[in-house]
Design a protein around this ligand. Sequence first.
Ligand code: HEM
Ligand SMILES: [Cu+2]
Length: 827
Amino acid sequence: MNALRRHRKLDAIWASEPGWKGWTSSVNHSDLGRMFLFTAFFFFLVGGVLAMLIRAQLATPDSAFVDAGAFAQFFTMHGTIMMFLFAIPTFEGLAIYLLPKMLGTRDLAFPRLTAYGYWCYAFGGAMLLVALFFGIAPDGGWFMYPPLTGPLHSPGINTDFWLIGITFVEISAICAAVEFTVSILKYRAPGMSLDKMPIFAWYALVTSLMILTGFPPLILGSVLLEVERAFSLPFFQADLGGDSLLWQHLFWLFGHPEVYIIFLPAAGVISTVIPVMARTTLLGYGWIVASALALAFLSFGLWVHHMFTTGIPHMGLAFFSAASTLVAVPTGVQVFAWIGTMWKGRPELHMPMLHILGFFVTFIIGGLTGVMVAVVPFDWQAHDTAFIAAHLHYVLFGGFVFPMLAGIYYWLPLVSGRKRLFRLGELAFALIFVGFHGTFLAMHWVGLLGQRRRIETYDAETGWGVINFISSVSSFVMAIGLAMVLVDIIIHSFVAVRGPRNPWRAGTLEWAGMSPPAAYNFASLPMVGARAPLYDTPDLSNRLAKGEGYLGAPDVARRETLMVDAASGRLEALVIYPGNTRLPILMASVTGGFFLSILLKLFWLTPLALAGVAALALVWVWQLGARDDQGPQKVGRGTLLPLANESDRSPGWWGSTFLLMANATFFGSLLFGYAFLWTVAPGWPPAQWLAPSWVELAFGIGAALVAALAQHLSARRNRAGTPPMIALAPALLATVATAVVFGVLLLRLPPPDGHAYAATLMILSVYGLTHALLVLLMQGFLILQVQCGYTSPRRRAGFAVVALWSDYLAAITVLILLAAHLPGMIA
Ligand code: HEM
Ligand SMILES: [Cu+2]
């Protein structure tokens, strides 16, 4: 097959539908990555306009440009949009677009999930925009502290938009994180062992693991606060056994790691761009990976430094203060590795490099003020002043926006296949740089003079007028610069001339495909033997186009890629992807129906929407089944591989594993909340207990364990070729028994709106019941598959997946029942 015929055939298999249809049915990562980035930049614009409104209001003393209520919505929505609808989605979009190309594969692990995540993000973001448009946007600050945001002080719908919209958007972050983790570990080019992975993939892996463990506490917090607002269960109300500090703990358990979730991808861009611009290799690859891991690990122990002024015990203050200053160490390692890389090579000052220099200056200043506020006595002075707002912008703008601008200019020629025509970018950079420092140096200054953050006006006597005026004028200079970048990109996309394939002469695989990239990325998949394959094999692109790699003979019309061993990169299996479908957008709409039903208090709709999601999920999974065994498949270069779905460790198994990791953090945060309230909240222990029962405890734990064991037994029987139903039926029955135990627990609880104790137990039981029902659904589905001939000793992937979930159910059942019964028995 010649290169042109190969291209035509692959294109026919992989292309999205033309026109409008393609937007809603594409599951291709290049399309979805671009859609993510486009939407995220749109939100950056909205957030930027809000920032301009804030700065316009603060420019002069006694300003009456906007009133206090609107101002509160503006700063809340600015912070919310920038953190949740711009920064995280920009990382997601960039990684969705780039990762498969860098890793040498054809798509991410779960293409339909990519699309589902995008639509959840788009719909959730739209909900917040609607609120802003109608003037009913959230106004309690981006960290939403109760009791201000509780039912008593914020009775309107504003806060609900935040809690529900952000939870909806978070789904997309969890989807993307599961997807990146599995793709990076399992979907690489053969031969790419972990130590040959492009550095950006390492950062994306660490970031994804952080999302999986960092976002669930926030999701939990939002769920609890929304439940408190909608159904009066008191989690954060001190007079009913709750504690508003619980929110702060849950929020900052997420919020502090969030800063690194934003910074690490940016560091990944910097580590990718600097060596190429300096015409050398990255200095200290191993050290950089180690320090990224160390940062991730450390960041989870630091959340309390956002709460230094809440009356934490002195020992705690000392510990968290020391830990916070310690973060400077791994960050420093990376900064020195970057400087060393430039030292080693011969840096050229191309456009991306300008923004990297902007990053260095800004981020280092932000890091220094960060060490200042890690020192408790200073923080007591600076807390909630403009100084903190300025510090956070130095870190976020310096540590994220500048690197992303560098990344845009670096990868733009790849995306468009063109080269830049005018030198607009250089001027834009100068304006952004000067404008940024003018704005926020001034804010440090008035902060030290005592200006609090989030105030909408101040007296002329304060003497802050001139400084604020400088800040506001500078911010408009910055805005002009940012607008100029936009114009530059638009001109580039439509007017500029065709450029060479690999203009920066980079060594990583994303430059080895066509330019602009084809829907299938590579005509055949490379065998990788080095960290920079294009330096090793300069004619790699042509050889891949000629079909010298794997999967270069598209005889059957199906989307294929390879799966490898996670550590060594040895070939393991052939993966077949689903094609274009509108299932993801449909499922995201029904998911949206669920969230809307709660927002608008249309509770009759809630169970309908849930049933809809479950039904669509079953269709989704059913489509992956096969009626007969395929056996080993030819993947080119004389190699035979089994299908990924004919193994125990299928993509679904890997996906479930990491999804359960996020789920377990959610559950762990819930137990943490229970223990936290128990130890510090006023009014514990409660007057009224659940009547504890040894029988229930033993019966529930027994049932859940039997279910898990029988599930494993069914997998073993199926693999051995003996009928699995004999074990599946008891597994199903034992799961029913587990569900009944949770149901009984729910009915026996003291009134949940009376005390936080009963409220927390209620959430725990609902969590257990939901999981029992979920496992029931899976078992029922598996039984249906067995009955319809969709399983065999070879086609056994489903058994391992259900076993994983029923193990999880057993574990949480034990913990929930112990939490419910033991305290009462001991007391
Ligand atoms: C585009 C240039 C930007 C300007 C001019 C700007 C300006 C401002 C101003 C004036 C405030 C209010 C401070 C106060 O209330 O005292 C603010 C708050 C905030 N900004 Fe920005 N900002 C910009 C970009 C960003 C970016 C890129 C991020 C994050 C990725 C961000 C995140 C935040 C957050 C989290 C808050 C706190 C909101 C709150 O207090 O609830 N900003 N910004
Ligand atoms: Cu922090």
